[in-house]
Ligand binder design. Structure first.
Ligand code: AMP
Ligand code: ZN
Length: 116
């Protein structure tokens, strides 16, 4: 269920503005408000799912579509060959701040490893 308390549900509904870069029946992608690289988009399912721990088998197709959309956005921006980073943060130790799952897709600079 969409949650009026959830920032990303409110972006999906259009109640809060964001620069959307893609949308379809199941996914929305928009630019991160605090970009950590020249490309930094977030890909979210329209369905409110709080964390990766809340995913079930019924979500497998949506998560697959999120990952393929990250690759498509990176490719459109010219980063398919040079490379890009995709990240799902889950809960406190990973620094998850918004509890509606989102796939970060970052590119346009050399990424460090291990991540901070
Ligand atoms: P995480 O730490 O994985 O939960 O990432 C949350 C991300 O949401 C951060 O990279 C924030 O910069 C981003 N963010 C927070 N508020 C907004 C907003 N209003 N529009 C777009 N991105 C946002
Ligand atoms: Zn939500």
């Amino acid at each position: 269920m969409p949650s009026s308390d959830c920032l990303f549900c409110r972006i999906i509904s259009g109640e809060i503005p964001a620069t959307k870069v893609y949308e379809d029946d199941t996914l929305v992608a928009f630019n991160d408000i605090s970009p950590q690289a020249p490309m930094h988009a977030l890909i979210v399912p329209r369905e409110h799912v709080a964390t990766l721990n809340d995913l079930g088998e019924k979500h497998d197709a949506i998560v697959g579509a999120m990952i393929r959309r990250a690759a498509a956005i990176a490719s459109e921006r010219g980063y398919a060959v040079s490379g890009y980073r995709t990240v799902f943060n889950c809960n406190a130790d990973a620094g998850q701040a918004v509890f509606h799952i989102h796939l970060h897709v970052l590119g346009g600079r050399k990424m460090g490893w291990p991540p901070g």
